[in-house]
Design a protein around this ligand. Structure first.
Ligand code: APR
Length: 241
């Protein structure tokens, strides 16, 4: 079945690493089980930050510098087109910590796993957008508000709570259409949004290179690359405006 959206249709979109793959950012669950040559537990947990801050800082500085070398792809751009049609009726929730959705122009956007562009002070909570050359050097960045040394990456690590969960769950429970793009369905709570949307009566659409773990819950599944499929799908959803 192919859907057509009305201007009033309430849509929630969940994106994962797959939507940025065609921009050149590696996904998490590549076949070697490593993320940019590191085990996730060595670089993406609060315990790792406590145990070996230098390793974690160096790893994220590398990811942050990579943002300067990548650009949004047609999948990101297609979602901007969809937002132009639906306005506030579209909420985009991303698990990605890159900034490609916002650089493409998406506005109603939640980064549920944090943002590479930002650092956070563990002492006073100050959040700093830190992408100037000086912030991207190897040495730590101190908090300019309270003076404490070593701000941490503003990233939700394993064992930490994702951001804005209540707002996201309310939108998912209320939406008419739920769309998951480029996510393997392995990591909760994000992987649970599909079941919630389905239980609340939304039409559920999946777009992914491989069938994700929860593929049976979709009403419609499109297999392939998001950058190739999404522009045409968005055109079909918004009709001949
Ligand atoms: N187009 C669409 N899908 C793609 C593409 C593409 N071009 N390339 C890869 N994919 C799919 C893969 O088939 C895979 O199912 O994207 C999915 C990426 O899955 P993961 O690497 O598991 O990424 P994601 O689901 O975003 O991971 C969730 O886990 O490690 C944590 O916090 C991290 O946010 C991340 C979360």
């Amino acid at each position: 079945m192919n859907s057509t959206f009305e201007k009033e249709t309430q849509v929630v979109i969940l994106t994962g690493a797959g939507i940025s793959a065609e921009s050149g950012i590696r996904t998490f669950r590549a076949s070697d089980g490593l993320w940019e040559d590191h085990r996730i537990e060595d670089v993406a947990t609060p315990m790792a930050w406590e145990r070996d801050p230098e390793l974690v800082w160096g790893f994220y500085q590398g990811r942050r510098r990579q943002l300067l070398d990548v650009v949004p792809n047609p999948a990101h751009d297609a979602l901007v087109e969809l937002e132009r049609f639906l306005g506030d009726g579209l909420l985009l929730v991303t698990q990605n910590v890159d900034d490609l959705h916002s650089r493409s122009g998406s506005q109603n956007l939640i980064h549920m796993h944090g943002e590479l562009r930002k650092l956070r002070c563990e002492e006073c909570g100050e959040i700093l957008v830190a992408m100037d050359d000086v912030h991207l050097e190897d040495k730590y960045v101190d908090c300019s508000k309270c003076g404490v040394e070593r701000m941490r990456p503003h990233i939700v690590w394993f064992h930490e709570m994702p951001l804005k969960m209540r707002e996201i769950e309310m939108a998912v429970a209320d939406c008419d259409v739920f769309i998951a793009i480029g996510t393997s369905g392995h990591v909760y709570p994000a992987a649970g949004f599909l079941g919630l949307a389905q239980a609340c009566g939304a039409h559920c659409i999946g777009i992914n290179l491989d069938p994700p773990q929860n593929v049976d819950l979709f009403d419609e599944f499109h297999q392939g690359k998001a950058g190739e499929l999404l522009p045409d799908l968005v055109n079909s959803w918004v009709g001949s405006e």
